[in-house]
Structures are given as C-alpha cells and as structure tokens.
Design a protein around this ligand. Structure first.
Ligand code: AMP
Length: 122
C-alpha cells in the first residue's frame, strides 16, 4: 500500500491538526490518543512516511528504527509506566483493524491490562 500523506497522523506531523504532545525528537513524535483505552494511552509515531510496521521494518533506515524504539522506551519511562508495567501494540492491516495508515505504536499503562489478546474465536 502506498503512503497517503492526507492521513491524520501526517497532518499532525505537519502541524495541520493539533495533538496533545508528550514527546518529540528527531525520529519520533508521541501524543495522547484521542480515545484512550487505559489511563495512559500514548501513540508514538515515526517522523518518516511509513504506512505500518511492515513498511517501517522493510524500508526504514537502521537509524530511524533505533531512534523510534528508543523514543518508545523514553515515552514509557517518562510516563512513569516502568514500575507498574506497560504494553506496546502496533496494528498492521485489516485483521488487526489498523485505522490510521501511518505506522504507530500504542503505549498502554496505568491499570491491569488483562490478557494479551481477546479471543473471539480460534
Ligand atoms: P489503530 O487502530 O492502531 O490504527 O489506532 C488508531 C488510533 O488513533 C486510535 O486509538 C484512535 O483513537 C487514534 N486517533 C485517531 N485520530 C486521532 C487524533 N487526531 N489524535 C490522537 N489520536 C487519534
């Protein structure tokens, strides 16, 4: 899938839509999810135009990948999520219900996050 630069996170990166920013560096931007599913629900996005984990892992440079993952760790640490624990989650594609076509990592924390995945069927 080609990257669509009209997706909502591209607009946030360009400053065309506001966000509640919690962290930014050369590689990543992190902001509060607009519909939080946990007391802490932060989205971390790479600054480059990658559709999903598949695109990012195949096409991003080693520097971009390292910078992005370090940013996620920093965001979780700064949110105070390390002692209690946190979950990272990235959706790719239809079966995972990816809604926004710019790669993003969810960071959830602040409560017992339950089992790893909800099984509707096997
Ligand atoms: P996903 O299903 O992994 O693509 O998740 C997309 C996430 O983006 C959802 O959790 C939405 O609540 C969140 N979201 C959509 N639009 C915005 C926005 N303008 N600001 C912050 N979060 C957003």
């Amino acid at each position: 899938m080609a990257y669509d630069d009209q997706n909502v996170f591209a607009k946030i990166l360009r400053g065309e839509i506001s966000c509640n920013k919690v962290y930014e560096d050369a590689w990543a931007l992190a902001f509060q999810d607009i519909a939080p599913q946990a007391p802490t629900h932060i989205l971390v996005i790479p600054k480059g135009p990658y559709v999903s984990m598949d695109d990012f892992s195949a096409n991003a440079s080693d520097e971009e990948i390292a910078g992005f993952f370090r940013a996620i760790g920093t965001v979780a640490r700064d949110a105070g999520a390390v002692p209690g624990g946190y979950r990272m989650l990235a959706n790719h594609g239809r079966d995972a219900h990816q809604e926004v076509q710019h790669f993003h990592m969810h960071v959830f924390a602040g409560r017992d996050l339950g089992g790893m995945i909800r099984h509707s069927r096997n």
